[in-house]
Ligand binder design. Structure first.
Ligand SMILES: Nc1ncnc2c1ncn2[C@@H]1O[C@H](COP(=O)(O)OP(=O)(O)OP(=O)(O)O)[C@@H](O)[C@H]1O
Length: 748
């Protein structure tokens, strides 16, 4: 028989349902069995006969046990609450949560700022805020001219607005007329088509009409279907637009900034420019801005090509040059790389012409050379050269011009010359001559396309260059006579294509200073260059000279003056700047001195390419590296084009004279050989030397005057003796003896 406790039934829930009834560790709780209550008249159940293992407890024990259970349950809850709270705290204080929260909040603030900016712009537009502010700035600076200009602009704008308003009803009426007309036209067309179909027997009039009606029904149904999602998405679009506006105009509070922010694009407008200028901490600018005055904009910030352009009149006492010299600092304030920010001097020293590239817009450089895989060139129309900062392709004009290119080592001079010569090579009528008085392979790929090619710094190579320049000089003269014959002032495309000896000729002298400063041949090279640049351009001859920093010793003034194309990579001072970009360029604000070596590799200030006084250009780049040779395919293509045109290599029919490597001649010994015992006038000795070695370039075309000059360089003075300049064999042999003893002295 089972015993059971029949006092007051327990009010607690069935404990077997709750896992929290587990005893806490170390606590042994007796298990309590509650026996079901039964009505005294109820029939006996199997339970009544079941034997239950149990312990009889007193009321007191039973209460104690219940209390222990409640305590255990409470402790279980507490543990859970602590665990959840800890979890919440970990999530809430995690860096990711903080960043996400900040980003969300910042997005909210930015969106609000966008809405506020719209409001401000609407207000500005309705009250001509831009003009008002500029008028205020002009007044503050006492700039009467600007004040008059901005007042005039404001009045003109008001006038335009008034006119637009007055025109509004007319425009609305015009638009209505167009809509009504189009509708009537459509109806008439449908009827006409229906009629035509009916009459031609190809269909029924009614079917055409019902077809058109069905199409219209379909269009209206589609609009109705698309309308609901569109209306639902509209608020999201508006918020997005407000956010974008906020990003453009507003600035989130600093405490909301996240690390990602620094990398984000900053919109370039009057506010950001003013902030960036303020950050330069130039006292005059800061004092001006502190008065709450806006900067005076001659051109307000506006999109221009791949960036933003603005022209600012700086506060008194600050030159644009001062700003330009701190280009890198200014760039940080505009969230840009130094090479993306271009401050230059405007029309006056105090006017800052600022162009700021869109973030990353200049990273690609000028992009690939446009004629890399196909295309030909007409040199009379110029050759592809690069892209302006604004992203416009720039063509280098070549005919009736000469080019000088210069800059610090490694900034892109040779590459720029390569791009010009590659363009010239792609004109099948053009002749190429390349001289590199230095040991480098920058132009080796051009060799098969050249009628003359000399590379190397040895004396005999310089002598060869001299001989070739003499030949070119003679060609300049011969072409002059041809122009007289054809009665034209300058070579035309038509004449150039005719194979009459007036084809375009491009001659490149790389590292020109090496040839010009050569102790023996430099003087004559220099003189020849002057004549060639002066006279050659009308005669279809274009000379390109490339040098590092042109000075009066490294480049004759008459050469720089006659080069209407100037290409200046980063240069060190205003002398080199003006030699490349023309007299007064530096003072007028056209400055390659402001290019940063390294940062601006491949970027040059050029003159003479467009109608502008100067342009900043990213030059195309043609690689000559062995594993990425881009020039050879161009040259092969150009040779194929020449062959297809049924021409020979332009200028290639003349024999190319090669000098044996290492060959040297001694003028004194040669004179000793050709002279007898009596003095002979220099003019007669020169041909004797030419006859002695016709292949030796310095003796080709040798004149008496040049011979005397060369002897003077060797310390042998030839007396004029009534302009006959007799060369005395005795003097020559004495000089030989002196040279021999000098050699002995050296040996000792
Ligand atoms: N337009 C360009 N675009 C990109 N990179 C360029 C450009 N021009 C030059 N470079 C880089 O600069 C390097 C040096 O160029 P380059 O040899 O033309 O300079 P340089 O001024 O002729 O130097 P040097 O006086 O030492 O001969 C090139 O190898 C190339 O890596």
């Amino acid at each position: 028989m089972s015993d059971h406790h029949n006092t007051t039934p327990p009010t607690v829930e069935d404990p077997t349902m709750d896992t929290r009834d587990q005893p806490t560790p170390g606590e042994e709780l007796a298990e309590v069995h509650y026996l079901p209550q039964r009505h005294p008249d109820a029939a006996p159940t199997p339970m009544d006969t079941e034997v239950v293992e149990a312990e009889l407890v007193s009321d007191e024990d039973w209460h104690r046990l219940q209390q222990a259970k409640r305590l255990a349950r409470y402790q279980g809850y507490r543990r859970d609450i602590v665990t959840v709270a800890r979890g919440v705290r970990t999530v809430a204080t995690h860096q990711h949560t903080k960043t996400a929260g900040k980003t969300l909040l910042a997005a909210g603030v930015t969106t609000l700022q966008g809405v506020e900016s719209w409001g401000r712009r609407a207000w500005d537009a309705s009250t001509m805020g831009v003009y008002r502010r500029q008028i205020k700035a002009a007044e503050a600076m006492g700039d009467r001219e600007a004040l008059a200009e901005w007042t005039e602009r404001k009045e003109a704008s008001a006038e335009r607005r008034h006119k637009r308003l007055m025109d509004l009803p007319k425009i609305a009426w015009g638009v209505s007329k167009v809509i009504l007309g189009s509708l009537a036209g459509c109806v008439a067309l449908t009827l006409l088509v229906g009629l035509f179909v009916q009459l031609s027997g190809s269909g029924e009039f009614v079917k055409v009409i019902s077809g058109v009606l069905a199409a219209m029904r379909w269009i209206f149904t589609s609009i109705a279907v698309a309308w609901t999602p569109f209306v639902m998405a509209l608020p999201a679009f508006v918020l997005l637009a407000a956010y974008r506006e906020g990003r453009r105009r507003g600035q989130a509070p600093a405490w909301l900034a996240t690390a990602r922010e620094a990398d984000m694009d900053a919109a370039i407008d009057e506010t950001t420019i003013a902030r960036a200028l303020e950050a330069l901490r130039i006292p005059q600018i800061n004092a001006y801005l502190k008065q709450g005055l806006p900067l005076q904009y001659l051109t307000t910030a506006r999109a221009d090509g791949r960036g933003t352009h603005a022209v600012i009149r700086l506060p008194a006492g600050v030159t644009a040059e001062k700003i330009a010299r701190r280009r890198a600092d200014l760039a940080t304030g505009l969230h840009r790389l130094a090479k993306e920010v271009w401050p230059t001097t405007g029309s006056e020293a105090g006017i800052l012409d600022l162009w700021v590239a869109d973030k990353g817009a200049l990273a690609e450089g000028a992009g690939p050379y446009p004629l890399l895989t196909d295309g030909a060139v007409d040199v009379f129309k110029g050759v592809p050269f690069g892209k302006t900062l604004r992203g416009n392709p720039l063509v280098a004009p070549l005919m009736e011009r000469n080019t000088i290119t210069g800059g610090m080592p490694g900034q892109g001079k040779s590459s720029a010359a390569r791009v010009i010569m590659a363009g010239a090579a792609l004109d099948p009528t053009a002749e190429l001559r390349i001289y590199v008085p230095d040991a480098n392979f920058d132009f080796e790929a051009f060799k098969p396309r050249c009628s003359r090619y000399v590379m190397g710094a040895e004396d005999e190579k310089i002598a060869q260059i001299l001989a070739d320049l003499r030949e070119l000089h003679a060609e300049v003269q011969a072409r002059g006579e041809l122009l007289i014959k054809f009665e034209v002032p300058a070579v035309t495309r038509e004449l150039a294509s005719k194979n009459v000896g007036l084809h375009p000729l491009f001659c490149l002298l790389e590292e020109a200073h090496v040839a010009i400063q050569h102790p023996k041949y430099g003087k004559e090279i220099s003189k020849l260059l002057v004549d060639i640049v002066r006279l050659g351009r009308k005669r279809g001859i274009h000379l390109i000279v490339s040098t590092q920093a042109p000075t009066k010793d490294s480049m004759p003034r008459d050469v720089t003056r006659n080069c209407s194309n100037g290409i200046a990579f980063a240069v060190g001072d205003h002398v080199a700047n003006d030699a490349l970009l023309g007299q007064g360029a530096y003072a007028a604000g056209h400055r390659a001195t402001e290019l940063i070596p390294g940062t601006d590799k491949g970027t040059a200030v050029v003159k003479g390419f467009t109608g502008e006084r100067s342009d900043i250009v990213q030059v195309y780049f043609l690689d000559v590296a062995r594993d990425n040779d881009q020039v050879t395919p161009i040259i092969e293509r150009s040779l194929a084009a020449i062959e297809d045109a049924g021409r020979g290599l332009p200028g290639g029919d003349r024999p190319v004279r090669e000098i044996e490597p290492g060959k040297q001649r001694d003028l004194l010994e040669d004179l000793d050989e050709v002279l007898g015992n009596d003095p002979v006038p220099a003019a007669r000795v020169a041909p004797l030397l030419s006859a002695l070695d016709p292949d030796w370039p310095p003796y080709q075309g040798l004149t008496g005057t040049r011979l005397c000059a060369e002897l003077a360089m060797l310390g042998v003075k030839v007396p004029s003796s009534k302009n006959r300049y007799p060369i005395d064999p005795v003097t020559i042999r004495e000089a030989l003896a002196v040279a021999a003893t000098a050699d002995l002295d050296d040996d000792e």
